[in-house]
Design a protein around this ligand. Sequence first.
Ligand code: FMN
Length: 193
Amino acid sequence: MDILKIIKEKETSRKYKKKAISKAIVNDIIESAVWGPSVHGKQPWRFVFVRDNSVLKKIANYLLIESEKKGAGANILLHQCSDVVAQCGLVVLAYTNGDFIKMVKRLTPSYGAIGKVTELSSASAAIQNMVLTAESRGVSSCWFAVPLLCAKGLNEIAGEKDVELMALVAFGYSSERTRRTKRKDYSQIIKEI
Ligand SMILES: Cc1cc2nc3c(=O)[nH]c(=O)nc-3n(C[C@H](O)[C@H](O)[C@H](O)COP(=O)(O)O)c2cc1C
């Protein structure tokens, strides 16, 4: 399918059928992340793939408990994320690992100011590769930032340390069509000079 068509038709799904994603599709998603662009080719990322139902349930329960401790707004969003994790077939916890930041601090301290943003940009590009690859294989997704509010506990569940959580991405077979967000008028955001 044409890449622009996939981009424009891709839904952000928050309701999923309880249906497993095949290992072949998961492997394609992994490959698309690995082949993403990264700052100086440093690949300053790490991805934890969770398909095991008992671990998905553990993450969902943890997010639910945390949602009850948060104030208005965050509580609803965390609760919604918990529901999605409980239904979906795959969760990817995306991290930056600080490799590029460490390298520039050592070699060119003046370049250090762009370390953080470039690591996040690299991991974001890998996530978008995963999302589009999944979509091309009929698998929907939702990119979540709200779980960063309880990154410490998620890292413990994932067995990760010395890395920084930058997203939780849920993948699965959507059970309802979601309306796309209306896009801003091009004149507001695009300038051609
Ligand atoms: C960096 C980032 C963080 C996001 N965090 C959340 C989130 O915490 N909860 C959520 O429901 N959706 C989250 N989303 C999904 C957006 O809400 C979604 O992309 C937006 O509504 C546009 O949807 P559409 O592209 O399907 O039209 C996030 C998306 C991005 C790129």
